[in-house]
Design a protein. Structure first.
Lengths: 371, 176
């Protein structure tokens, strides 16, 4: 008698430590092999876009903080940039420099969470603590700047809420000095750990043309070997003034675009971010950070799509103005939302334990997917 | 690298009346208005034509133009009759480094747009979101379900300008 087999459906989440938020994955299993994954999102839906339509333009900024709560500075940055382009505001150079410093610090903080929790997903708990120790330093820098650790409301349309703290430059320099050896420590502890490599190399390979067709951007696209970074390819702010590299995946431990590449690209991006911060704090000009903030924010009728390189990829704001004080439409192109679509493709043919490894490697934030 | 005018003339030559007009009088960004039921063919042409190569869909966004007539329904709530819902497409070519904005306008009472998922897979969830929030039907979409709202939500489309909060959802009072 032949053995009777049937497809099994397993729900992973909504409450599961490695879904990084509230996400339900409906796994269709053939034994332990994944035949399909259906992600169910929307558990954190807060109607950001509907709220925005009832707010004035500056009031939207605190809401943008709450989308990608690990990269709030960059969310504000993108929104402020879109509004400045729509209204044609010239921002003082000091503001641009501070925004870049904050953005890159935020990138490091965000990547530290991504790497730390990824290690914890795979089963290495110590790197998680080390990463959070370093991230704490960055959060402290943000706290002395604007009083908040996670949700800042710091970057405003046309400027910043206030200037840097007198100690900021000194503390940032100290942080950079201390952080460089810590990065080596992280590499020794996790990146080149044989068990970690065994779990992540060759797993969940994402080819570059699939990635582009699915709209994957940011570190996940670069890990697939595509050199694409909006800081270079669609320059904004003062990024053109600094020397830094765009790291791409090389397949050093397996194939190009596997989980290890996606992990390691973030380590290398942190090194590049440090370079940018070092140059920026050396060159930062004097100036008044609030001088260009308009008294009354009433953009002309029109529409604009502006994007920035968020730690997770291309963060786009599509804003339609009808000439009134409230936006007629704010649509956010959230990088995690788009990246999540490719997830079922990555998982097919792998095992249940690999789902955790793949999900951690694409580094999603559910607050941004659901908005 | 091509400008919006050049892309417009290429498309106009190929698709004729489906490409309605190029609007560049408003500030900031020019866009091309196209026919909602032809946009699937146009999207594949945009992706594959060697002069255009729009391999990436940056963003797809539903919009309520709210340009219809405002009337009161039987409960005294203001609703919008007629007018348009529209969909905006922001495209980019990673090889040729040019960008394009497309817009389609569809009828509010019967909002139907052809899907572009055949050209760009990433349109899948964006279109589901536009369906979820505005009730725009994407014809031939592989899996048109609600995405952010609950699957059993029966109280309309929340991002429409005349949306009214329901009183109850599954027996729970909503404006609590």
């Amino acid at each position: 008698m032949a053995l009777k087999t049937e497809e099994m459906v397993l729900n992973m989440g909504p409450q599961h430590p490695s879904t990084h938020g509230v996400l339900r994955l409906e796994l269709k299993l053939d034994g332990e092999i994944i035949s399909d994954v259906i992600p169910h999102i929307g558990y954190l839906h807060r109607c950001f876009e509907k709220h925005s339509e009832a707010m004035t333009y500056p009031q939207v900024i605190p809401y943008t903080d709450r989308m990608d709560y690990l990269a709030s500075m960059y969310n504000e940055f993108g929104y402020a940039l879109a509004m400045e382009r729509l209204m044609g505001i010239e921002v003082p150079e000091r503001v641009e420099y501070i925004r870049v410093i904050m953005g890159e610090l935020q990138r490091i903080a965000s990547h530290l969470v991504a790497l730390g929790t990824y290690g914890a997903d795979i089963g290495a708990f110590t790197p998680f603590l080390f990463c959070f120790r370093d991230r704490e330093r960055i959060l402290h820098l943000f706290e002395i700047t604007c009083g908040a650790r996670l949700l800042y409301n710091y970057i405003w349309i046309g400027g910043l809420s206030n200037d840097l703290h007198p100690d900021f430059i000194r503390l940032t320099k100290e942080f950079i000095k201390d952080f460089k050896p810590n990065l080596k420590e992280l590499n020794d502890l996790l990146s080149y750990n044989a068990i970690f490599i065994e779990r992540t190399a060759n797993v969940g390979v994402l080819p570059p043309d699939t990635a582009i067709n699915y709209g994957v951007t940011g570190p996940n696209l670069r890990a697939s070997g595509m050199k694409w970074d909006l800081r270079k390819d669609d320059p904004y702010s003062v990024y053109h003034k600094f020397n830094y590299e765009i790291p791409v995946g090389s397949g050093a431990k397996g194939k190009i675009g596997d989980c290890w590449d996606r992990y390691f690209i973030r380590v290398r991006e942190m090194e590049e971010s440090l370079k940018i911060i070092e140059q920026a704090i050396d060159q930062i000009p004097d100036g008044d950070v609030t001088s260009a903030i308009p008294k009354r924010i009433k953009p002309p009728e029109g529409q604009i799509y502006t994007r920035v390189e968020n730690p997770r990829g291309e963060l786009g704001y599509f804003i339609i103005s009808d000439g009134s004080l409230n936006p007629a439409r704010v649509k956010v192109r959230a990088p995690s939302f788009v990246t999540m679509q490719v997830f079922p493709e990555l998982c097919k043919g792998w095992m249940v334990a690999d789902v955790v490894a793949i999900l951690g490697s694409i580094d999603i934030v559910l607050g941004e997917i659901d908005r | 690298m091509k400008t919006a005018e050049e892309i417009f003339s290429i498309l106009k030559e190929k698709f004729g009346d489906s490409i309605i007009e190029l609007k560049s009088d408003k500030p900031v960004e020019p866009f091309i208005l196209t026919a909602p039921l032809e946009v699937d063919k146009i999207s594949i042409y945009l992706r594959d034509n060697s002069e255009l190569l729009f391999d990436s869909l940056m963003n797809l966004s539903g919009v309520d133009d709210a340009n219809g007539e405002k009337v009161k329904d039987e409960n005294g709530n203001e609703i919008i009759k007629g007018g348009n819902l529209s969909v905006w497409y922001h495209l980019e070519s990673t090889k040729l480094k040019h960008k394009l904005t497309l817009k389609v306008s569809t009828d509010r009472e019967k909002p139907e747009v052809a899907t572009v998922t055949e050209a760009w897979k990433c349109a899948d969830w964006h279109e589901r979101e536009a369906y979820d929030m505005y009730g725009i039907i994407f014809l031939n979409h592989p899996d048109l379900r609600r995405i952010l709202m609950p699957y059993d939500w029966e109280h309309g489309y929340p991002l429409r300008k005349d949306y009214q909060n329901p009183e109850f959802y599954q027996g729970m009072k909503v404006p609590y």
